[in-house]
Design a protein around this ligand. Structure first.
Ligand SMILES: C[S@@+](CC[C@H](N)C(=O)[O-])C[C@H]1O[C@@H](n2cnc3c(N)ncnc32)[C@H](O)[C@@H]1O
Length: 359
């Protein structure tokens, strides 16, 4: 069946207008199904990238929590988390959205995908038993929330056991996550993207033009299937560019202060490494701040090659000499090691990464 591109276009315009218009925009289960297989699937690719990084960084949500998908829409984020970590890790799935149609759709999809899983539709997150430990999943909602709604969401975040939050990679939304991180880093361990627990290095005046964003790699079918090429053409979406921002938090064990789980000395690349003749420039987020660093090919050919991967391995331990990278090691990200050659589709320049939400 041919997708209804006029409906997709209308839906996208509605997302773009959401902050000014407010109100529920889901009209039918068919609209949610169309979203789920298009914009939602594209958001799912970002989740795949985040979840692969979390696994590479040896982090999983604590076992025995309820999984709460807040602002679930079609429920793609919750299902990606269940697929990545296994439904058995969670006591149940709770889907919350202001739209009853969305809650029902997300619950039905989750039930059919994970038959043994208890799934609950929650019209009011506040009804959640306060004592129940829960892992909170938030995806592409921030720019739809009025200030009072953001405050209510943050109150819920404060009660969570762990939080996995993925948003678009636009400068506006990525920058909105920074004060949230700053507010929560005294309560939660910062798991990712940061490798450290200290103040965000992007808050310094010399880094004001940067924002913390990353690029996911779309699956091969995005470039081989006729459907996706028509989707890209009709909606003027560059499928190669999949920028996102994210924040993952974990509550420290009782009696302990929050501590980033990443060992000291590791750094996270922001955006994409930029290749020039014989050298790369990377924006490196480190314990001591965010710094632009240069790696020359002649200094470490293997590391130079690793930089060319799409996406690059996110976490590195650099060897630094005279402020330059002269060597280092990285943690592999499952999936980025295979099927990706240096000639594979590359993301456009990271500084040109402004995209239209939500996908
Ligand atoms: C762009 S969609 C994203 C849906 C889904 N999280 C995803 O990533 O595909 C935003 C969702 O947030 C929901 N939403 C917006 N404001 C909300 C609020 N104040 N409370 C609950 N849900 C809200 C919308 O109904 C919509 O389903």
């Amino acid at each position: 069946m041919r997708p209804d591109f006029a409906l997709l276009d209308r839906l996208r315009n509605r997302f773009l207008d959401a902050p000014s218009k407010g109100g529920d925009y889901w009209e039918s289960p068919e609209m949610l199904a169309l979203y789920d297989s298009t914009f939602g699937e594209r958001i799912g690719w970002k989740w795949d990238s985040v979840l692969a990084e979390l696994r590479a960084r040896h982090w999983a949500p604590p076992p025995g929590t309820a999984l709460v998908d807040w602002g679930c829409g079609s429920g793609i984020a919750g299902r990606r988390v269940l697929r990545a970590f296994g439904a058995d890790l969670f006591t149940r799935l709770v889907v919350h959205d202001r739209s009853a149609l969305a809650r029902r759709f997300a619950a039905e999809r989750a039930t059919s995908t994970f038959p043994g899983l208890a799934v609950e539709q929650s019209p009011d997150w506040g009804e959640l038993a306060p004592a129940e430990p829960f892992t909170l999943v938030i995806s592409h909602v921030l720019n739809e929330l009025a200030p009072a709604e953001s405050a209510a969401l943050l109150a819920l975040v404060r009660r969570a056991t762990a939080v996995v939050w993925v948003e678009p990679g636009t400068s506006e939304v990525a920058r909105a996550l920074v004060p949230i991180r700053e507010e929560l880093r005294n309560t939660f361990a910062v798991v990712a993207p940061c490798t450290h627990q200290g103040a965000c290095g992007l808050l310094t005046p010399e880094n004001h033009r940067h924002w913390c964003h990353h690029f996911a790699r779309p699956p091969i079918e995005a470039f081989t299937e006729a459907f996706w090429s028509e989707f890209a053409l009709r909606l003027s979406i560059d499928l190669r560019s999949l920028p996102y921002s994210f924040l993952v938090l974990d509550r420290p064990p009782a009696g302990c202060g929050p501590e980033a789980p990443t060992p000291e000395g590791w750094s996270r690349i922001l955006g994409d490494p930029r290749e020039f003749k014989g050298h790369f420039k990377v924006l490196s987020c480190e314990h001591c701040g965010v710094t632009e660093r240069v790696l020359q090919k002649r200094d470490d050919k293997a590391l130079f090659k690793a930089m060319r991967r799409v996406p690059p391995p996110p976490v590195f331990a650099w060897t630094i000499r005279d402020e330059k990278i002269v060597g280092g090691e990285h943690w592999p990200v499952p999936g980025s090691e295979t099927g990706k050659s240096d000639e594979a589709v590359s993301s456009p320049e990271s500084d040109a990464s402004e995209e239209a939400p939500p996908a």
